[in-house]
Design a protein around this ligand. Structure first.
Ligand code: NAP
Length: 212
């Protein structure tokens, strides 16, 4: 049985797969080509816990993480259609205008996560998570010895809890922020965190943490 399917084989796919494996989970990587997925699997060096395939193959995991650019996410869930019915779909995208870093590509009053939910199969549960954690820190699960906070939004409590369980198993702290419309705030927070890299010179090694 596979716990998590990750679509994409880039930086975030590698970091999230590393955390899932650290938590004792199993991962299926679907790459744009089989060779892309195999290359990441070789880096992960956990052959018993990692399977691979090509984007378009059936997702084996109950949780499906879209580790792809924002522009690819809605076309992907549309293409998968009913094959994502019943799955927890995790949207990690930051729909940032990369030309200016001045704003988001989404319309006011919505979010990438809500766009994905609208396009997804009726029985799929969309959760926003990991968009405020940079790939480098996520790879190790912490910054300055402090576990990362992973903010989680979604309309289905059981789906949020499933993602929270993965986060906790991977050595991080899940923070449930409520329903999927909170993804709007998370996506603006993601943009803010990105722009702060330039003004503070932190080179995508910082983390956003709630101190209590
Ligand atoms: N990097 C970060 O620190 C960070 C932090 C938070 C959130 N995010 C978000 O995470 C997502 C992935 O970012 P990343 O840094 O991992 O990017 P990345 O390293 O460029 O990886 C993106 C992956 O998606 C694949 N891909 C591209 N178009 C696709 C399509 N149409 N269908 C399926 N797969 C496709 C890419 O394949 P090719 O390489 O062959 O193009 C690559 O494997 C983005 O939405 C980003 O906003 C990133």
């Amino acid at each position: 049985m596979t716990d998590v399917t990750i679509i994409g084989s880039g930086l975030m796919a590698r970091a999230i797969a590393t955390r899932v494996l650290a938590g004792g989970g199993t991962v299926q990587i679907l790459g744009l080509t089989p060779a892309d997925a195999d290359r990441l699997a070789a880096e992960l060096a956990a052959p018993d816990a990692v399977s691979t395939g090509e984007v378009g193959a059936d997702p084996a995991g109950a949780v499906v993480i879209l580790a792809v650019p924002y522009a690819a996410a809605v076309p992907l869930v549309t293409e998968y259609g009913e094959r994502l019915d019943g799955k927890v779909i995790v949207d990690i995208t930051n729909p940032v205008n990369m030309a200016t870093f001045a704003g988001l590509l989404t319309a006011p009053g919505t979010s990438a996560a809500e766009e994905i939910a609208q396009a997804a199969a009726k029985g799929a549960k969309v959760v926003k998570a990991f968009n405020t954690t940079f790939a480098g820190p996520l790879q190790v699960g912490q910054v300055s010895g402090q576990p990362l906070d992973v903010f989680i939004a979604g309309d289905d409590a059981a789906a949020r809890a499933a993602v929270a369980k993965l986060v906790r198993a991977g050595g991080m702290r899940p923070i449930d922020v409520g329903d999927l419309s909170r993804a709007r705030a998370l996506e603006w927070l993601g943009l803010l965190h990105i722009t702060l890299q330039f003004s503070r010179g932190t080179n995508f090694a910082s983390a956003i943490k709630i101190i209590e």
